[in-house]
Design a protein around this ligand. Structure first.
Ligand SMILES: Cc1ncc(COP(=O)(O)O)c(C=O)c1O
Length: 375
């Protein structure tokens, strides 16, 4: 039996977090907020726990939650959606895995845009598909010529991610025009759009593939309550897909998890109508500006941050080490943990860039800045 080349070691996020703990370093590596969640959300969890939603939920998700999401999307994203087009998942990771299992078969190709999040490739390999890695341009925006050349009659999925982890770049209308053209030229192609940072954009507004009629029927969109509600540990998310694709995705979903945590579904359905993503966006923008301002006194060079809660920096003024060694050195000698960008590339391309997470309280950011400015 052929051996699959899926990673057998812990992810870089676990490695860096473990090392940060070992050396007592400030953890700006793993992407999670370290400040308290909204009290109203805590209350919603308590109310849900006292209520009756303790047995299996309907496998597509509680109707109350899908209805709350529908209203939320229509109000805040501005495009129509039905509750039948929404599936509640155990985080975005499961949504991605399930979609790939449902839509990709042995021998199909899936185009991934590097640098990309680490959970895209494994489900493709497990289903016997071939991941085709295409690098984004030097500015971390799509290189449409390279993407167009990579897509062929065997390409079943193109996985895209905007706002982009790790770079923080956000796709423009021009990118979506190119995407519409690509889809129109390739009738078998489906887009899997990872939009988990959709409510965290600053200088550039987020555009969803679902905003375009021509893409809506050809796309699966993945969202994460972990990112939107600052509760990464809950592993709650959802995807939206047009009915023919949803049917196939549901077939896999029911055998993978059947249904997702009923109490959390109930809690989120109570909370979502009260949640205003504009407030969270403003809060994160303030953190981002504070962090960037602080870094301007360091020898790290900030790249643009249009969205997400990550700031990518270039450390070439400080060191010629490769980015993995630089991150080890940063933890051990300077007490700050980061993620090297090369791990997001199949080719392990080293640009002397590292990713720092600014979803941290003021004190943590201030302490980290003090350390980073001394290097
Ligand atoms: C781009 C991207 N996609 C998906 C995920 C996974 O989200 P979840 O925790 O909801 O599975 C993450 C988490 O960091 C992410 O950054």
């Amino acid at each position: 039996m052929a051996t699959l080349s899926i990673p057998s070691t812990p992810s870089i996020f676990s490695v860096m977090t473990q090392l940060a703990n070992e050396y007592g370093a400030i953890n700006l590596a793993q992407g999670f907020p370290n400040f308290p969640i909204d009290q109203t959300l805590r209350d919603a969890v308590s109310e849900a726990a006292q209520g009756g939603a303790h047995q299996y939920a309907p496998y597509q998700g509680q109707l109350s939650l899908r209805t709350a999401i529908k209203h939320f999307i229509e109000q805040h994203n501005g495009y129509p959606i039905t509750t039948d087009e929404i599936l509640i998942t155990a985080g975005a990771t499961q949504a991605i895995f399930t979609t790939v299992q449902a839509l990709v078969s042995t021998g199909d190709e899936v185009v991934l845009l590097d640098p990309c999040y680490d959970c895209y490739e494994t489900p493709v390999l497990l289903v016997g598909g071939t991941p085709v890695h295409v690098e984004l341009g030097r500015d971390f925006l799509p290189d449409w010529q390279a993407i167009t050349s990579a897509v062929n009659s065997k390409t079943r999925l193109l996985i895209i991610n905007s706002p982009h982890n790790p770079s923080g770049r956000v796709w423009t209308e021009a990118d979506f025009s190119q995407l519409i053209h690509l889809v129109s030229m390739n009738p078998k192609l489906t887009i899997l759009s990872d939009e988990v940072y959709e409510y965290l954009t600053y200088s550039s507004a987020h555009i969803s593939v679902r905003a375009y009629e021509a893409l809506r029927t050809r796309s699966v969109v993945v969202s994460s309550f972990g990112k939107t509600l600052q509760v990464t540990g809950w592993k709650m998310g959802y995807l939206s897909a047009p009915t023919p694709l949803m049917q196939r995705i549901l077939n896999v979903h029911q055998y993978l998890v059947f249904s997702v945590n009923s109490v959390m579904q109930d809690a989120i359905s109570r909370y979502l109508p009260t949640f205003n993503p504009a407030l969270i966006r403003a809060e994160y923008e303030e953190r981002m500006m504070y962090f960037r301002q602080g870094l301007s006194a360091s020898r790290l060079t900030c790249l643009p941050c249009e969205g997400t809660y990550f700031q990518t920096v270039d450390y070439s003024q400080i060191s010629t080490q490769n980015d993995v060694d630089f991150c080890m050195w940063l933890i051990k000698e300077h007490g700050v943990a980061a993620i090297p960008l090369s791990v997001f590339y199949k080719s392990k391309k080293d640009l002397n860039h590292i990713r720092l997470c600014f979803a941290k309280d003021h004190e943590t950011l201030t302490n980290a800045l003090e350390k980073l400015c001394k290097i």
